[in-house]
Design a protein around this ligand. Structure first.
Ligand SMILES: C[S@@+](CC[C@H](N)C(=O)[O-])C[C@H]1O[C@@H](n2cnc3c(N)ncnc32)[C@H](O)[C@@H]1O
Length: 354
């Protein structure tokens, strides 16, 4: 890799309460930064990750010239989130997960075959995560991400090259990790669902807590309850750690009982894991235990009713082969819900495109 690409920059996100005195503080650490420019991409990612309006986030970039281990000049890219006390939970969560830190490698020669080869090499160890072409700088950047990599410095990688590689970029975007579209999906849920009159939201089989975390960030008055199998709660406790006081993690089995204290219940990407009989059991348990006033939000991919092409079709085959479940049409869900005593009142489109 190092024969064909060189370290371009390393990046990290920092959380000063104010910008005043920041340059002096960085200078004391030997970092000589220039003027701050606004960061669009990191600001958008933080806004979407935490459900905080863009207008409430001030994110800038400072560049400091540094040298790599061999003495070759490169840059430190310092993303700065101005963090007043109300944004402290974001800082705490970002410090814990270090999601924005990354290393960027620049391809030494903008040759399409070389860029394609390096991309293939990188995708064998870290998942693709989008990318773009900057026409002003005539520069292509491919992002890679693996949130679970032990060394946080390599959870996010960038491969940059002078030049434009539209086909390669299209392939990279198409293959980009499901995690990205999952985040878009969950952000979509917080936009279409109305939590204004609810006090408690119950996420049934809430998995790693990503959806519940987003809902709680969007609606700070809500208390969250996440039900999942006992061995699945560890992942949720990590994701929801910053929200301890507002969350209860409940070990349980949704075929036997669900918590009875909710106003809104989420059932996200669960029913498609199961056949119709098992879905009836899950939904009947929900109908039995939910208070009469409560609402159930089912988040699933819908099979088209007619001959239209849809990503739900390959997913249907995938679910059948891997879990014995299936994707369903809206009438299928309407019927299953009705059998359990629910009335399907509304269907909203969400970005469920991967
Ligand atoms: C596909 S994941 C969906 C997770 C989450 N709702 C989401 O959208 O990311 C299915 C979840 O169902 C949980 N699960 C499976 N069987 C269960 C059961 N009998 N009771 C409760 N949760 C169960 C799994 O542990 C897993 O977290």
């Amino acid at each position: 890799m190092t024969r064909h690409a060189a370290l371009d920059h390393a990046a990290l996100l920092i959380f000063p309460e104010t910008l005043s005195g920041l340059a002096d503080e960085l200078a004391r650490h030997g970092l000589d930064v220039g003027a701050m420019t606004p960061s669009v991409v990191v600001r958008e990612r933080l806004s979407s990750r935490y459900g905080v309006p863009l207008a409430d986030l001030e994110v800038g970039i400072l560049l400091a010239p540094v040298a790599d281990r061999t003495g070759r000049p490169c840059e430190l890219e310092i993303f700065v989130l101005v963090t007043p006390p109300e944004l402290a939970p974001i800082a705490e969560d970002e410090r814990r997960h270090e999601r924005e830190n990354h290393v960027a490698l620049a391809v030494r020669r903008p040759d399409p075959v070389l860029v394609r080869g390096l991309r293939t090499l990188l995708t064998s160890v870290i998942g693709p995560d989008g990318g773009g072409y900057n026409g002003y700088e005539d520069n292509t950047v491919l992002y890679f991400r693996d949130a679970h990599r032990a060394d946080p410095a390599f959870r996010r990688l960038e491969l940059t090259s002078t030049g434009r590689f539209p086909q390669l970029l299209a392939t990279h975007r198409r293959e980009s990790c499901a995690g990205t579209s999952l985040l878009r999906l969950f952000t979509g849920v917080t936009k279409v669902a109305d939590f204004t009159t609810a006090r408690t939201v119950v996420d049934i089989a809430g998995g790693n807590g990503e959806l519940l975390a987003r809902v709680l960030h969007t609606a700070p008055w809500l208390h969250g309850v996440l039900l999942d199998l006992p061995n699945a709660l560890d992942a949720a406790s990590v994701r929801l750690a910053g929200l301890d006081s507002r969350v209860s993690l409940v070990p349980g089995d949704f075929t036997r009982a669900v918590p009875d204290s909710g106003d809104v219940y989420l059932l996200s990407r669960v029913l498609h894991d199961w056949d119709d009989d098992q879905c009836r059991t899950i939904l009947t348990t929900c109908a039995r235990d939910m208070p009469a006033h409560a609402e159930l939000l089912v988040i699933e991919r819908l099979l088209p009713d007619g001959p239209d092409d849809s990503l739900a079709i390959p997913w249907d085959v995938h679910m059948l082969c891997n879990t014995g479940g299936r994707e369903r049409t809206e009438p299928d869900y309407r019927a299953l819900l009705a059998e359990a005593g629910f009335e399907l009142v509304e269907t909203c489109a969400l970005p469920l495109d991967a």
